[in-house]
Design a protein around this ligand. Structure first.
Ligand SMILES: NC(=O)c1ccc[n+]([C@@H]2O[C@H](COP(=O)([O-])OP(=O)(O)OC[C@H]3O[C@@H](n4cnc5c(N)ncnc54)[C@H](OP(=O)(O)O)[C@@H]3O)[C@@H](O)[C@H]2O)c1
Length: 286
């Protein structure tokens, strides 16, 4: 049976590129999107993706990634009273779009005012990746409890999870150039959110006897550039420029294209299975 991959945050450039490679190669996908038309419009701009590709290989679940029921629908391929088939892999590029802000809320709840501060990047929901990760784990827990006869039956088919986090997030790893340190300091709010996502999933992976994920791959791109657009079939995407580091052997770089991140996840995890990268924090840069 053709594997089915679940996508979260696929209207973002990295996950959209990965989804496009996935669909173009004939895999099936289920994608959660707040605005399905935004996702289909974006996918139809991708080379090699037609309306027929979407009709044949993609199911879109409309909703919010913080809603457990909606997330469950995204993870279940088929379900009958006798059996449930799950996606084999989950790819998440959920995040909040950053904006430069010059104030922060007053630390005193009683005072409805904002205080001036040094310029930093704020996001509309500073807890989005933490909240969506909590919902994802909640959905997997309910699926394991409600849809399978025993935990062992669930564990045998538990989906592998790939999340997009960011470089500069884990203390003690030299994956950010000195010149970019002030910029990363300004990204304090989204970075704390990403760290919480990594901790939630990391703690889950350590609970070996009740493991909800069939392995975790953490992708840590450097500063993102470019858009979701993937290369024409057979054309050079520039993939050879991509440098791949790990926590033990980090790569340091300034920027990386969103489409290359999507291509790496497609090649290494969707197509390659990702065994080599399970348990790793993979640094990607150009
Ligand atoms: N900017 C950087 O330099 C940088 C560097 C390293 C890592 N990152 C992280 O890398 C990841 C991918 O980045 P990107 O630029 O490709 O994507 P992005 O533009 O940050 O896209 C974020 C995605 O999350 C979705 N989303 C947000 N809140 C949601 C909710 N409540 N329910 C459902 N979906 C929701 C958005 O959907 P909508 O279209 O509905 O908004 C969008 O699909 C992000 O987590 C980003 O923070 C960024």
């Amino acid at each position: 049976m053709t594997p089915t991959i679940a996508f979260f945050g696929a209207t973002g450039g990295c996950a959209n590129a990965c989804l496009a490679y996935t669909l173009r190669s004939g895999y099936n996908a289920i994608a959660l999107a707040r605005t399905p038309e935004k996702l289909t419009t974006q996918l139809l701009t991708q080379p090699g993706i037609t309306q027929e590709t979407l009709d044949t290989h993609l199911r879109i679940v409309q909703g919010d990634a913080r809603d457990i029921e909606t997330v469950m629908k995204t993870l279940i391929v088929t379900s009958t009273p006798q059996s449930t088939t799950l996606v084999s892999l989950i790819v998440s590029g959920i995040g909040g779009t950053g904006e430069l802000v010059l104030t922060k809320p007053s630390p005193c709840d009683q005072i409805p005012m904002r205080m001036p501060t040094i310029p930093h990047i704020g996001i509309p929901n500073p807890h989005i990746t933490e909240e969506s990760t909590t919902a994802l784990l909640g959905a997997l827990r309910r699926i394991a409890d409600e849809r399978f006869g025993s935990f062992a039956e669930y564990a045998a088919v538990a989906p592998r999870v790939t999340i997009i986090s960011g470089a500069g997030i884990k203390k003690g790893i030299k994956d950010v150039p000195l010149l970019f340190k002030p910029l990363y300091a300004a990204l304090d709010v989204p970075h704390k959110d990403k760290m919480k996502m990594e901790r939630l999933l990391g703690a889950e992976v350590e609970r070996r006897e009740s493991l909800l994920c069939g392995g975790l791959v953490i992708v840590r791109p450097s500063f993102l550039g470019g858009d979701h657009k993937i290369a024409e079939p057979g054309a050079d995407s520039g993939y050879r420029k991509l440098r791949v580091g790990t926590e033990a052997k980090p790569e340091v770089g300034y920027t990386v294209g969103r489409a290359l991140i999507g291509e790496w996840i497609y090649r290494e995890v969707v197509k390659g299975g990702g065994d080599k990268w399970v348990g790793e924090g993979v640094i990607l840069t150009e």
